[in-house]
Design a protein around this ligand. Structure first.
Ligand SMILES: [Zn+2]
Ligand SMILES: [Zn+2]
Length: 401
């Protein structure tokens, strides 16, 4: 049995904390995969109704836009939470563990929803000079939920957008704020190798797709090791392979799925060109045919200068300055928040939420986070709005805009 940790309410507003925990735990127990967040969306709408906040639903599928603050305000600031879970079977003994095999909130998006609703509650008590738009976004894990929200007009007329991600690499109470690149570009790919099936004992009558796939996967690892400048970060991971039906039939097809990540455009180009070359080279090497499907790329998350200053000031207002830290080198993780930042001013931060050593990392079946982060996240989301609106006219936020 793994130990679990249930945080005790200790925030300055225990009621708010308890309310956010309840939301997080309900969502955790009832996770939904990307673009299937139907019950999640319904639950969020119930909470918005309870708070008397008007909203629009059905954006990009299951996305929701809610707005608070004066309707005639000159400025609207966006806050984003993602809604989806991952296709993982949970392996914790949490009392609120996922009720659905093969589906788990293993990235903390349950917490993001709870803290954004918490921020809404805080902001409802404030005398706002600007309008606040809450974006509940589907399909982050698929890499294009943000794009669908943008296509649905979710960031039209926004002056800036802010987001945060729970991160158990950092202690609870810390917020990382960094200008510039913080998450890598991500290019998912699928390779289909087509051979010819036949009897396991008669390879001369076949083209074995499994042996070709094994050779290709091994070759691909040399892209990072031998072709990319070692000073530039890059990674290629094959996360899924499907081939064959039984032990004594040579497989006629192998499907390889993976992702290419990089924090440097040049490295990314090398990787993608090398990937294309190796797929074709492997096909002629093994006498098979191959199709490469390089799906829509996720750009790097590049935090804008002005918004980063606002994000840092907001963090330093709600937590001690020594807890406002840098995440260090850019993560090789992808985040579709990148699409918003290609269009408008904005910043994505990380909320420290480290729990125990037994807790697994994000995207693992034993992932969990310290719920005290909900208080920090809600406070930061609310503060960043106040900070942006109050100081929008101050020169320090406009220089370098
Ligand atoms: Zn994730
Ligand atoms: Zn995530």
């Amino acid at each position: 049995m793994k130990r679990h940790h249930v945080s005790k309410p200790d925030s300055s507003d225990p009621q708010l904390f308890a309310w956010m925990c309840e939301i997080r735990r309900f969502l955790h127990q009832n996770p939904e995969l990307s673009f299937c967040e139907f019950e999640t969306a319904k639950y969020i709408q119930e909470k918005l109704n309870e708070l008397g906040i008007s909203f629009r639903s059905g954006l990009g599928g299951t996305g929701i836009l809610a707005e608070i603050g004066p309707a005639d305000a000159l400025l609207t600031v966006g806050l984003r939470a993602d809604m989806d879970a991952l296709p993982i079977t949970e392996d914790t003994d949490l009392p609120f563990a996922s009720a659905k095999p093969g589906c788990m909130h293993a990235c903390g998006h349950d917490g993001h929803i709870a803290m954004l609703l918490g921020a809404a509650r805080i902001l409802l008590q404030k005398d706002l000079s600007c309008r606040v738009r809450l974006l509940f976004q589907p399909g982050e894990e698929q890499g294009n939920g943000a794009l669908k929200m943008i296509e649905a007009g979710a960031i039209d007329d926004l002056a800036a957008i802010f987001g945060g991600h729970i991160d158990t690499h950092f202690a609870t109470g810390a917020i990382t704020v960094d200008e510039g690149i913080i998450c890598a570009s991500a290019d998912p790919f699928e390779i289909r190798l087509h051979g010819k099936s036949g009897h396991a004992a008669r390879p001369h009558e076949t083209k074995d797709a499994i042996v070709a796939a094994a050779g290709l996967i091994t070759s691909l690892q040399s892209l990072v090791a031998r072709e990319v400048n070692p000073n530039q970060s890059a990674v290629l991971t094959v996360g899924r392979i499907r081939a064959g039906e039984t032990h004594n039939v040579i497989a006629d097809e192998a499907i390889i799925e993976g992702t290419v990540r990089s924090t440097h455009p040049e490295a990314r180009q090398y990787m993608l060109e090398g990937l294309r070359r190796m797929v074709q080279g492997n096909a002629s090497l093994y006498g098979i045919t191959a199709d490469l499907d390089l799906r829509e790329c996720l750009p790097a998350v590049i935090n804008r200068k002005v918004a980063t200053t606002v994000a840092r000031d907001a963090a330093e207002t709600i937590i001690p300055a020594k807890n406002v830290i840098s995440q260090g080198p850019s993560s090789l993780g992808g985040e579709d928040f990148a699409f918003y930042l290609q269009k408008i001013e904005g910043c994505l931060v990380r909320f420290g939420a480290r729990l125990t050593d037994e807790t697994g990392p994000a995207h693992s079946s034993t992932f969990d986070f310290d719920e005290k982060v909900l208080t920090v996240g809600a406070a930061w989301y609310a503060q960043v709005v106040l900070q942006f609106c109050t100081h929008r006219k101050k020169s320090k936020y406009l220089s370098g805009d």
